[in-house]
Design a protein around this ligand. Structure first.
Ligand SMILES: NC(=O)c1ccc[n+]([C@@H]2O[C@H](COP(=O)([O-])OP(=O)(O)OC[C@H]3O[C@@H](n4cnc5c(N)ncnc54)[C@H](OP(=O)(O)O)[C@@H]3O)[C@@H](O)[C@H]2O)c1
Length: 305
């Protein structure tokens, strides 16, 4: 499995990471097996959030870490905070309290990465900066980033924060291509030509910010997987053809499609199925040709000028 120097920090995360949003019901024993299978495939990066499973995702993950001394050191752990009940909350108090809760649930003394989950309209960059300084000084968080941020929001927050924002986690995959559609359709009247994120993909490449792709196998706002979905026959036919050609599965091709982009994005896969994770991990090591990459993009229902 190839690795990515996350945000230029020198921390190398696997190109495919495990997203922990759906693990709350797995049970600690099953989850332990899953983590070890992931490691066998070279997957060392695990993405959490304080709200996943109402905290249960972190809790059972922490049970596994508590039961297996030495396991924590093999993993790169990331979590997120900033989503409160009916609001977003980037206040210093909320961030500090959230991280204490995350560390307690995960049974660890530090996070490798902390992300702010969704932009808070009331965000005050200097206040976030104070929270990050306190977390860094206490050794509770090593590196920082954000999720679902546009270019301007990244720049605004960075203006008040000493630490480099290393990560921006965005929804991206074959059925969610907003980050590239507008660039491909620049100077046209195509509906996809509208830039909704301030060309955040190019900005992250320029600044060395790692883009992590959430819900990479879903369509819509995680409405369901597009793979083997009868609503997307053309895309599935193309995936099947590529899977045959490269000797991997459709899930593997869908991951390879994201990783073929030179932005060096990281795929956050939310499967809880070890076989599927293996398929995705194997797919991550193939290099799609330029023609195949574009054929997949078009088969997903996109157009080129
Ligand atoms: N930052 C944010 O705002 C944000 C938002 C949402 C998610 N996330 C992160 O992104 C991660 C991934 O999100 P996600 O779980 O929605 O993404 P996903 O990997 O696109 O979807 C995984 C789900 O699709 C199912 N699935 C069925 N067929 C599949 C196939 N052929 N290939 C792959 N999956 C298939 C999986 O079921 P099985 O378990 O049976 O395989 C699982 O329920 C989350 O765990 C979380 O860490 C972040």
């Amino acid at each position: 499995m190839k690795t990515i120097n996350i945000g230029g920090t020198g921390v190398y995360g696997s190109a495919v990471a495990v997203g922990c949003m759906r693990i709350a019901g797995m049970g600690a024993e099953n989850l332990s097996r899953y983590i070890h299978t992931a490691l066998e495939y070279g997957v060392n990066f695990f993405d959490h959030a304080d709200i996943y499973g109402g905290g249960m995702s972190e809790t059972i993950f922490g049970q596994v870490l508590a039961a297996e001394p030495g396991l924590r050191e093999k993993l790169v752990l990331q979590s997120k905070c900033g989503i409160g009940k009916g609001m977003y909350d980037f206040s210093k108090e909320h961030i500090l309290e959230s991280v204490d809760g995350i560390l307690r649930r995960l049974h660890t003394d530090h996070l490798d990465f902390l992300l702010l989950h969704r932009p808070d309209a009331l965000m005050e960059p200097e206040e976030v900066g104070e929270a990050f300084d306190a977390l860094e000084a206490a050794g509770k968080v090593l590196h920082f980033g954000v999720s679902n941020f546009s270019t301007r929001q990244l720049r605004l927050l960075q203006s008040g924060v000493r630490q480099k924002l290393c990560v921006n986690q965005m929804q991206f995959g074959l059925k969610c291509t907003g980050m590239i559609d507008h660039a491909l359709s620049a100077n046209t009247e195509f509906p996809h030509a509208a830039d909704r994120d301030g060309e955040v993909l190019d900005y992250c490449r320029l600044e060395g910010i790692t883009l992590q792709t959430w819900s990479p196998f879903q369509y819509g706002f995680f409405e369901g997987p597009f793979i083997d979905n009868e609503n997307f026959p053309e895309l599935n036919a193309c995936l099947a053809q590529m899977a045959e050609k490269y000797g991997v599965t459709k899930s593997g091709i869908a991951a390879a499609w994201i990783l073929r982009h030179p932005a060096k994005m990281q795929v956050i896969a939310g499967t809880t199925n070890a076989q599927r994770l293996g398929d995705i991990a194997v797919g991550a090591d193939i290099q799609l040709s330029r023609a195949d990459w574009y054929a997949l993009y078009l088969s997903a229902g996109n157009q080129l000028p």
